[in-house]
Design a binder for this molecule. Structure first.
Ligand code: 13P
Ligand code: SF4
Length: 348
């Protein structure tokens, strides 16, 4: 693994509790007014909202009821690419807005905030990945969607967690060796599943890295009938305890389809909004993020996803601010690797 990345320590990132404490709280009537205003603005501006499952339930709700989309990162990218509307409001983190712009250069892509980053993206700067890749000129560069447009531009493939194992299997069959960046846990998980020859970048998600196997085992003992659902950005010892490992959409499907009444869920807890809707009769339990006496920084909720709310959605729509711009040469190169992901997903 490279020694270059993870320069930014967890302490330099926002804490979820601080973001939530400074976020607006709405009573039922002001929430209704805000949703009505958003509906009107979306119509006027010919816009659609694309939201990730980790955003606040209000944001997911307004995306849903106004004909937008709530999904995982692959489905967000696919939905954006299939829209005829002139404007897309991407409620998530920056790489999701950039992916929408890469695939839809003719559309205006706005985000409720441009401050919503991702620890994987921040810990994988393009110049460092370039330096790393020069050591392995015979390998293709496969990057997770949680990266900047610059990183996507230098990659051979972009992939999301829902199809990462399948893509590496596909390359492995052709004897293509890979450099994998940035998530070391997802990379190791894919490596275990495929036995492919991969060189891994060394970055991680500050949210999933907090899940703890020892306290998860205690929770499992207390809930012997529960199924354990884990996102593959989690550490190996947590993944090893899972009944199902998958992207956010795959975890929601598993919750719906598994016979168990109880689910222990190791991913951002805002997924519970859609998960509960998909499986109203199931009991959802949050996987533990700290051992005995330990503290958590993100506490199973991404601080950057938490920055999206109804107020900044309205401001963005009214002022048409927080637009995503990508230098055209970079965008064109990033389009190739990102569009290959969309095409590859169609073959599955
Ligand atoms: P999904 O593609 O599974 O939604 O994951 C995106 C993400 O950022 C998970 O932390
Ligand atoms: Fe990035 Fe983790 Fe937040 Fe997903 S949950 S956006 S991987 S920091």
């Amino acid at each position: 693994m490279n020694k270059l990345s993870n320069k930014l320590s967890n302490e330099s990132f926002p804490k979820t509790i601080d973001v939530l404490n400074s976020s607006p709280v709405y009573d039922a009537s002001s929430k209704k007014d805000k949703i009505n205003l958003i509906r009107k603005l979306l119509k006027e501006k010919d816009a659609k909202i694309i939201a990730h499952y980790y955003t606040h339930a209000d944001v997911q709700e307004v995306a849903e009821i106004t004909g937008g989309n709530v999904s995982d990162s692959l489905e967000m990218a696919k939905f954006g690419a299939n829209q005829s509307s002139k404007m897309l409001i991407v409620a998530g983190v920056r790489f999701m807005g950039e992916t929408a712009k890469i695939l839809n250069p003719e559309k205006k892509i706005l985000m409720p905030t441009l401050e919503a980053e991702c620890s994987l993206d921040l810990n994988c700067p393009a110049p460092e990945l370039l330096e790393f890749s020069k050591k392995y000129p015979d390998r293709q560069i496969v990057v997770y969607a949680n990266t900047s447009a610059e990183v996507k531009a230098m990659a051979d493939w972009v992939v999301t967690s829902s199809i990462a194992v399948k893509l590496i299997e596909h390359l492995n069959k052709k004897n293509i060796k890979a450099i994998w960046a940035p998530d070391k846990h997802l990379g190791r998980y894919i490596n275990d599943k495929t036995n492919a020859d991969m060189k891994l970048w060394n970055a991680s998600c500050i949210v999933h890295e907090e899940f703890k196997a020892s306290s998860l085992m205690e929770l499992m003992k207390a809930n012997k009938d529960a199924a354990v659902l884990v996102h593959p950005e989690s550490p190996k010892d947590v993944i090893d305890l899972a009944d199902v490992v998958g992207s956010t959409s795959q975890l929601i499907s598993a919750c719906k389809n598994l016979p168990n009444k109880k689910m222990i869920v190791a991913t951002d807890n805002r997924i519970f909004y859609k998960m509960q809707k998909a499986a109203p009769d199931k009991i959802l339990i949050e996987a533990p993020t700290g051992g005995n006496g330990a503290t958590c920084i993100s506490c199973a909720h991404c601080p950057w996803m938490a920055m999206n709310n109804l107020d900044n959605l309205i401001e963005t729509l009214v002022q048409e601010k927080n637009e995503i711009f990508i230098e055209e040469e970079t965008r064109k190169k990033a389009f190739i690797s990102t569009n290959k992901m969309i095409d590859f997903a169609k073959t599955l």
